[in-house]
Write a protein that binds this ligand. Structure first.
Ligand code: ADP
Ligand code: MG
Length: 292
């Protein structure tokens, strides 16, 4: 590798919002055949909006949403904002939660008005021993629309569902087509439900979906792909993504990401969307061509 073309590439990259750690990172980016991307905030806006509230027990819709909002007041998850804003928009009673706890990749729990409550995915309900079976068909209808469904439990009984939709970014579809033209197989990794993830993936022509992945599972996915002979670029934005970014052939820290993600990455993008990955790959391929 001639240092001059790498330096030129680094300069050109910086202008395009692509920061490259070293020459090797760019060379490895040209050589990868598989790209793992997150759904929320990468493919989608990352700003979900409340779309549905379903009452399934003794509480009415507004009361179900009121419990959900009380639990989310202590959470920093993007889903929390959607539910809080939805509660304000629908003017539901404002309640507080005591003993709030976030369960990573699953949801939140706490006590509201003296009652044990929980909000989260099917895995959280299973952990708590809440029977959510009779809500499955209602939940699936919402998921088939690409919505994320959360179950609300009160005193270990299912009280209802809330659903949010996170719009796909305007730039995503074109970027996926570009990445396919650049020869990449694209895998969506998400903590979201399988059906919701599939609905979004099939709209976009994503090659493969890994749903229900806990943050730690992303590194296991990278390891699994390596064992199958793939050369992997992994894009992520959070503290939880650092092990997977470090394990990948190229870790790509996305935009507004945590510092620890940037430290583990070979490439850092200043924007949070897929077009940055297209630019990084274009730059890598052009640089390798110049060197050879
Ligand atoms: P993503 O891969 O989209 O970032 P997460 O791993 O953060 O998703 O969460 C996976 C799933 O766990 C969510 O789709 C949701 O069902 C549930 N969940 C996680 N955090 C919360 C929360 N604060 N409130 C409600 N549900 C949550
Ligand atoms: Mg996430």
């Amino acid at each position: 590798a001639t240092p001059i073309s790498i330096t030129t590439a680094a300069g050109r990259g910086a202008q395009a919002g692509v920061l490259v750690k070293d020459a090797e990172a760019l060379e490895r980016m040209a050589a990868v055949d598989t790209l793992i991307v997150d759904k929320t905030g990468t493919l989608t806006e990352g700003k979900p909006k409340l779309t549905d509230v379903v009452a399934l027990g003794e509480l009415g819709e507004d009361a179900v949403l009121s419990v959900a909002a009380a639990l989310e007041r202590g959470s920093e998850h993007p889903l929390a904002e959607a539910i809080l804003e939805g509660g304000v928009a629908r003017g539901v009673d404002k309640q507080n939660a005591e003993g709030f706890e976030a369960v990573t990749g699953k949801g939140v729990t706490g006590t509201v008005a003296g009652r044990k409550t929980a909000l989260g995915n099917a895995a959280l309900m299973a952990d708590l021993g809440v029977d959510a079976l009779n809500a499955e068909s209602a939940a699936d209808a919402l998921r088939t629309d690409g919505k994320t469904v959360m179950f609300v439990a009160v005193n270990d009984e299912l009280a209802g569902l809330v659903a949010v939709a996170d719009p796909i970014k305007a730039s995503t579809e074109g970027a996926i087509a570009d990445l396919h033209r650049q020869g990449l197989r694209i895998i969506m990794a998400t903590g979201d439900d399988e059906r919701t993830a599939q609905a979004v993936a099939s709209k976009l022509g994503i090659d493969e979906v890994r749903a229900g992945i806990l943050p730690a599972g992303k590194k296991a996915l990278v390891d699994e792909l390596h064992a199958a002979g793939a050369s992997v670029a992994m894009a992520g934005d959070g503290v939880n993504d650092a092990p997977a970014l470090a394990a990948a052939n190229v870790g790509i820290a996305m935009g507004t990401g945590a510092d620890v993600a940037v430290e583990s990455a070979g490439i850092t993008l200043l924007g949070g969307d897929l077009t940055g990955i297209v630019r990084a790959r274009t730059l890598a391929l052009a640089t390798i061509r110049n060197i050879k």
